[in-house]
Ligand binder design. Structure first.
Ligand code: B12
Length: 212
């Protein structure tokens, strides 16, 4: 497979059957999982986002593509495993309040799991209160928050404040990410770490906890 044209087209159309078949045939042809993800699936979602920005497509089309991408990433999940691993630490992950985007968050969760972290996923639209409650309950080493909308990013800072108020902030590391999030924003809200993609999220999580 020399390019990802057919895969990309099927994700754009939201044709899950063809998207899965194309992902499988890329795997069978020995294309790296990283390339399928970056050059095939994520690049397509970026293009979908641009078409949405330009008013060429609308939310239902974006959702169809998202569903196709989600199914393809499930097919890739077994390849994220780094070998036999004992738990490297507990990660509590969720998409923040008001935000329903979960593809990137799910990828981060899958890769963290594959790398040996024990992951608890709170899903989407997670309120600061929910993050605090679950932190009390499971005592994670890392809280990982995702935001895809610039309008929902402030909920990250609100969650950190809620952790502070609950006396939990110094017991846990906070990592943030998502397309509009930056390293500078992470510094501003005093998160412990930021990563731009799922692969570097794993590396940064290991660094935060000092595990190999
Ligand atoms: C798919 C999609 C949707 C789907 C989401 C379905 C789902 N289950 O997720 C649906 C249709 C529901 C949707 C809705 C909306 N969307 Co939308 N959506 C997208 C789209 C096209 C793709 C997002 C995606 O999945 N990318 C692929 C993944 C793999 O990338 P990622 O999420 O960035 O994740 C990577 C990194 O960011 C990072 N990462 C992510 N999370 C985390 C967390 C941590 C801790 C770390 C370390 C790293 C990390 O690692 C990931 C993997 O490498 C983007 C465009 C884009 N290019 O981002 C618009 C986009 C995000 N959406 C946008 C908008 C405006 C909306 C709506 C407001 C539209 C509307 N008018 O209703 C609603 C909001 C709904 C809500 N309340 O959340 C805008 C946001 C603009 C902004 N900056 O605020 C975008 C950028 C489109 C655009 N160009 O205008 N959307």
């Amino acid at each position: 497979m020399s390019d990802f044209k057919a895969l990309s087209e099927s994700v754009v159309k939201g044709d899950i059957k063809i998207a899965l078949a194309e992902t499988q045939s890329a795997l069978d042809a020995g294309v790296s999982v990283q390339d399928i993800l970056d050059k095939g699936l994520i690049a397509t979602m970026d293009a979908v986002g641009e078409r949405y920005s330009k008013g060429l497509i609308f939310v239902p089309q974006m959702l169809r593509s998202a569903k196709a991408m989600q199914e393809c990433t499930k097919l890739l999940k077994p390849f994220f495993r780094e070998g036999d691993v004992t738990s490297k630490g507990k990660v509590l992950i969720g998409t923040i309040n008001g935000d329903l985007h979960d593809i990137g968050k799910n990828l981060v969760a899958m890769m963290m799991e594959g790398a040996g972290f024990t992951v608890t996923d709170l899903g989407v639209n997670v309120s600061p209160k929910n993050f605090v409650q679950k932190t009390r309950e499971i005592e994670p080493d890392i809280i990982a928050m995702s935001a895809l909308l610039s309008t929902t990013m402030p909920a990250m800072s609100q969650t950190i404040e809620a952790l502070q108020k609950a006396g939990l902030r110094d017991k846990v590391k906070v990592m943030i990410g998502g397309a509009p999030v930056t390293k500078e924003y992470a510094q501003k809200i005093m998160a412990d770490s930021y990563a731009s993609d799922a692969g570097s999220a794993v590396a940064k999580a290991k660094k935060l906890l000092g595990v190999p």
